[in-house]
Design a protein around this ligand. Structure first.
Ligand code: AMP
Length: 214
């Protein structure tokens, strides 16, 4: 299983990547999670990334490409990977292509999650994240509130700094101007699987498996 989860923020890429990762034992590689971990640890990368992320902008390509190169060269991905949040620019997609050639990876798929902007704003504005395990919940569909604890690990539930309305709008703008063109790159290679991301978590999960034939 070699997958790239593609689509705007808040579309369910991370949730679906986690489910597939658990079911098939393939590592979930979320560049957003890696950056948030760096911020939490207060590393040099974290210090630089924090203000960029809070503004809804993108961390520079060379930094992101370096991070993903290290992960894809490591033994933990020898049986596959689920990339989530990368590539986000055509430059990153080209670098990933070069890396795939180096590593003799030819059989990969891009799962494109389609959801309109109004729905994304609604979803992102109502989601909460566990500070402990990073799990995402939604106030509208999961019945959680900031006063509650994570149902799985008991961690505090918070709104991500970049899930504030102004930042959400900026992230969507960046998605349309900079990230969406990446889809053309993969369409021309015939590796894109189209998905309607509006359905329930379970039916989207089943649809991905149907598309992959697993
Ligand atoms: P995510 O959790 O995937 O929504 O990522 C959160 C934030 O991390 C993004 O809004 C960007 O600021 C940053 N980020 C994550 N992945 C990338 C990437 N591939 N390129 C640039 N910035 C990224």
């Amino acid at each position: 299983m070699r997958l790239i989860m593609f689509g705007p923020p808040g579309v369910g890429k991370g949730t679906q990547a986690k489910l597939l990762s658990e079911e098939f034992g393939v590592p979930h590689i979320s560049t957003g999670d890696m950056l948030r971990a760096a911020v939490a640890e207060g590393t040099e990368l974290g210090k630089k990334a924090k203000s960029i992320m809070d503004a809804g902008r993108l961390v520079p390509d060379d930094v992101m490409i370096g991070i993903v190169r290290d992960v894809l060269r490591s033994p933990k991905v020898k049986n596959g990977f689920i990339l989530d949040g990368f590539p986000r620019t055509v430059e990153q997609a080209k670098a990933l292509d070069t890396l795939f050639q180096e590593l003799h990876i030819g059989d990969y798929r891009v799962v494109n999650f389609a959801v309109d902007d109004a729905e994304i704003i609604r979803r992102l504005g109502s989601r909460l994240m566990c500070v402990n395990d990073g799990k995402i919940y939604n106030k509208l569909t999961d019945g959680v509130s900031p006063e509650m604890r994570c149902p799985e690990c008991g961690g505090a539930l918070i709104q991500r700094d970049d899930d504030k309305e102004e930042t959400i709008r900026k992230r969507l703008e960046v998605y349309h101007s900079t990230t969406k063109p990446v889809l053309e790159f993969y369409n021309s290679r015939g590796v894109v699987l189209q998905l309607d991301g509006r359905a329930t978590v379970e039916s989207v999960h089943n649809e991905i498996k149907r598309l992959l034939g697993v």
